[in-house]
Design a protein around this ligand. Structure first.
Ligand SMILES: Cc1cc2nc3c(=O)[nH]c(=O)nc-3n(C[C@H](O)[C@H](O)[C@H](O)COP(=O)(O)OP(=O)(O)OC[C@H]3O[C@@H](n4cnc5c(N)ncnc54)[C@H](O)[C@@H]3O)c2cc1C
Length: 264
């Protein structure tokens, strides 16, 4: 790991200023993705700007029919929140199955979404629930936010402050986890609201994606049987040591049916 300057600002304005002044600055939230990357010398930021003391990035509340979760909320806080459990139990359950206790007690919602690991769990929830990513300067709709592997719509000096989740009629997340890391080999979130049904898949491709054929079938008939015979193209899916593309394509169908069964 290379040397770096450490900053601990207390406001969003100071955090942005520190980032802009740095040669190659990086925000630091829970450090559960950034620090391993730095330890492997895959990133060598000149400056780390901690978000720990920045005001206005924490808290979980219900507002105008939406669940608003501060970017610095840890996975454990989301999993344990009575507001999350009451409004979107599937989101609390998803957070409870991220990584291990250490990861859940340090890692944050904002960090996970900024990093956009192709096997991360939150991207599936954000896309299926049609959430809005709120930053220090704008609001970004879920459909516009994810731009590919580790790529998002965020500018280099942009800070996620919160995520706004509309409360669905029902939703569920089914994950086939990697046995060691618990990242999704395939994870599928299904959400039904008055606007229709959204199905989002993580782990299977270069980034989270929706499955329109499943969404249409479930809008017509919301049952696991409605998904019979609907597949995704294996040619578009990831191949790695954990699973090949045909197996991942099969898992997308299985996890989608399990999610529909589990919907509450
Ligand atoms: C062993 C292990 C197992 C894991 N298993 C899972 C799993 O099962 N499922 C899963 O989804 N994830 C898993 N993770 C990843 C974990 O969820 C991380 O917490 C998450 O990816 C990053 O969040 P963080 O707060 O630690 O961010 P950091 O590591 O601090 O930052 C990650 C990136 O986001 C940027 N960033 C952070 N906060 C913001 C913000 N508010 N605005 C803009 N940019 C920001 C940083 O600059 C950096 O580029 C695992 C990690 C480990 C180490």
């Amino acid at each position: 790991m290379q040397n770096f300057e450490y900053h601990r600002p207390s406001s969003l304005a100071d955090a942005v200023a520190a980032l802009r002044a740095a040669e190659e600055g990086k925000l630091l939230a829970g450090g559960q993705s950034l620090l391993p990357i730095m330890k492997h010398d895959l990133a060598a930021p000149s400056d780390l700007v901690s978000l720990r003391d920045v005001a206005g990035l924490d808290g979980i509340r219900l507002e105008d029919g939406e669940l608003v979760i501060g970017a610095m909320s840890t996975h454990a806080e989301v999993a344990d929140s009575p507001d999350v459990r009451g409004a979107i139990p599937a989101l609390a359950a998803l957070a409870a199955r991220i990584g291990d206790p250490q990861v859940r007690n340090r890692g944050t919602l904002g960090g996970s979404l900024a990093h956009n690991d192709p096997a991360a769990d939150y991207p599936a929830a954000v896309l299926a629930l049609n959430a809005t990513v709120v930053t220090d300067r704008r609001r970004i709709a879920a459909d516009d936010y994810f731009r590919g592997m580790f790529a998002t719509a965020l500018d280099d000096d942009e800070i996620i402050t919160a995520v706004r989740f509309p409360v669905p009629e029902k939703a569920a997340y089914a994950k086939f986890p990697h046995p060691a890391s618990k990242y999704a080999i395939v994870g599928v979130m299904v959400a039904k609201s008055s606007d229709g049904v959204r199905v989002a898949v993580t782990g299977a491709g270069r980034s989270v994606f929706r499955v329109p054929a499943m969404e249409e079938a479930l809008a017509a008939e919301f049952s696991p049987g409605a998904l019979e015979g609907i597949t995704v193209d294996a040619a578009e899916l990831t191949s790695d040591l954990a699973a090949g593309p045909e197996y991942r394509a099969h898992l997308v169908g299985v996890m989608a049916r399990r999610a529909v069964e589990a919907c509450e």
